[in-house]
Write a protein that binds this ligand. Sequence first.
Ligand code: MLT
Length: 265
Amino acid sequence: MKQARVNGVELAYRDEGVGAPLVFLHAFPLNQTMWDGQVTAFAGRRRVVTFDWRGFGASSAGDGISGMDVLADDLAGLLNELQIGRAAICGLSMGGYAAFAFARRHADRVEALILADTRPTPDTEEGKQGRRDAAELVRQSGPAAIAERMLPKLLGPTTCRDRPQVLSQVRAMIEANRPEGIAQASLGMAEREDATPLLGQLSCPTLVIVGNEDQLTPPSDSEKMSRLIPGARLAVIPGAGHLSNLEQPEAFNRHLAEFLGTEHG
Ligand code: MLT
């Protein structure tokens, strides 16, 4: 794993393969290894970049709240370090929230967008309180308590029944994170802006992906979102919950490859 100093933090990243850049943004509260199946599948034909958000995995934490604008600017800084101007950006869930902020703040750097298991709308008041409670919980009881609370919602019933090893893999990712990084991002998500007004202004090719068993950002949200983005395509993946790339990697990679193949030759 390589390290780059960006905006006062050390970001751990991978940069593999050659070709048009394709950057993957991980979900909360995981790390960049959630994209291993995509790195393997795409590094033969693209320049694939993954990294740990500040406070996650092997990246250091910042001092304040990890808001989505902060994450988006970290991404821009990392791309600068890697001398990448424009890239296809694939964000899942919190990665998608950060991708919206990146598209708002650095629109000219977005070649294409892949929005997986995410939503443009901000949290309700109840949702914001839930984020504050989660920050408190992780600071007091550690990441295992967050894993316990989130795991039943992150994975779909098909994965829990047929591929229990994915459950162990996700639990291990969550438990390896530091409490403060999780707390800072939880509070950051609570503050995120409504990205709905941005959707109609997106002019890059966009693919929306969602697992048909996603409880956190259900397919109905993705259908609505894809209708608001000019020319967007929608792919619904059977047998996947919220972590569609981990739960059904072959289907996820097929949709992504078809999209990138058509849009970028
Ligand atoms: C994620 O997968 O990134 C989180 O579930 C996002 C969220 O809690 O809204």
